[in-house]
Design a protein around this ligand. Structure first.
Ligand SMILES: Nc1ncnc2c1ncn2[C@@H]1O[C@H](COP(=O)(O)OP(=O)(O)OP(=O)(O)O)[C@@H](O)[C@H]1O
Ligand SMILES: O=P(O)(O)OC[C@H]1O[C@H](OP(=O)(O)OP(=O)(O)O)[C@H](O)[C@@H]1O
Ligand SMILES: [Mg+2]
Length: 286
């Protein structure tokens, strides 16, 4: 039996759903009833702590939790000693400076001598120092976008994703200062026994992530074009080729990376591929 590890996940908010979904996709079963702040998996040696995201870096640094899922923005802001294991590809957002949309803006000097409201005083402070701007940082813990309209600050520095919160509050984004996504973090000094359990979890997470980043593709190809088509499709080792019932044609099966997917499909069509089917991959172990 492996040593039980503890993972800290956000109780509710922009990280929680995708964090729990990833763990479920790893085949790990657990109780996640609202109100319960700690639970244990029934089929994997892992315990869950449901916390506010602000507290996750600290709990992992102190060793109260062995692992955690948190946004890079919160991690850098809290500046705790933890190991970043991997980016997780969700909760992507940016930290940006924004000002009232009627104001004219010619550059960062706009903020010189002004007051900026934010929940990220460290990230903003570091950015302003590097940019040589002296501004007053006014820390507030939420609803930052309201600050300019109530006369609290000339501008804000807050999380932006679609930009709709800024727009609804009469603000415009003028500079992006930090890019963020969810990351898996670990206590820097885990015991060898816990590390073993972490490796098992990582093996599963990698299989899930690699599956998501690839698509299984089946297509029909005239035999005279097979060489060209297979050269476009490396597959996991090499593509599978099966003869079709119709003479002179083959079915080609392969795996295509999400990033190059549409370019490859165009190239395959140009090379004579027909009847292209694309199937999602649940897990992929390379
Ligand atoms: N609109 C968004 N789109 C994508 N990711 C986001 C968005 N807003 C926030 N995030 C990411 O998700 C994290 C959690 O955001 P959320 O708004 O749930 O935080 P919170 O209100 O501080 O939650 P908590 O109550 O846990 O302290 C942020 O730190 C950021 O990394
Ligand atoms: O650019 P957008 O797509 O509008 O997203 C940005 C908003 O999303 C987050 O808030 P959230 O909606 O999570 O609420 P919260 O501030 O109460 O956490 C963040 O604090 C921004 O206000
Ligand atoms: Mg928070």
């Amino acid at each position: 039996m492996n040593q039980v590890i503890r993972i800290a996940v956000q109780k509710s908010g922009r990280l929680s759903e995708d964090s729990l979904k990833l763990i479920k996709e790893c085949g790990i079963k657990f109780y996640n009833g609202t109100g319960k702040l700690k639970s244990t998996s029934t089929n994997f040696p892992i315990e869950f702590l449901y916390l506010r995201d602000d507290d996750i870096p600290g709990y992992v640094a102190d060793g109260v939790a062995d692992l955690g899922i948190v946004g890079q923005n919160e991690l850098v802001e809290k500046d705790k000693e933890v190991q970043v294991i991997k980016p997780l590809g969700f909760s992507k957002c940016r930290l940006s400076l924004a000002i009232p949309k009627g104001e004219s803006y010619e550059g960062l000097s706009y903020f010189q001598g002004k007051r900026i409201a934010t929940s990220y005083p460290k990230i903003l402070g570091d950015f302003l120092r590097d940019a040589g701007i002296q501004a007053e940082i006014h820390e507030i813990s939420g609803s930052v976008e309201i600050a300019p309209s109530i006369g609290l600050a000339a501008g804000i520095c807050d999380i932006v994703s679609s930009g709709s919160t800024l727009m609804m509050n009469g603000l415009k984004e003028v500079a992006e200062i930090f890019k963020s996504e969810a990351v898996l973090i670990a206590h820097p000094d885990l015991s060898a026994e816990k590390q073993e359990t972490v490796e098992k979890l990582l093996f599963r997470m990698n299989a899930v992530q690699t599956g998501k980043n690839n698509k299984y593709v089946l297509l029909n190809a005239p035999n005279e074009n097979l060489e060209k088509i297979t050269s476009l499709l490396p597959g996991m080792r090499s593509p599978t080729i099966l003869p079709l019932a119709e003479a002179g044609w083959s079915s080609v099966h392969s795996v295509i990376n999400e990033e190059t997917f549409w370019d490859k499909i165009e190239d395959l069509r140009a090379a004579g591929a027909e009847g292209i089917l694309v199937v999602p991959i649940e897990k992929m172990i390379v």
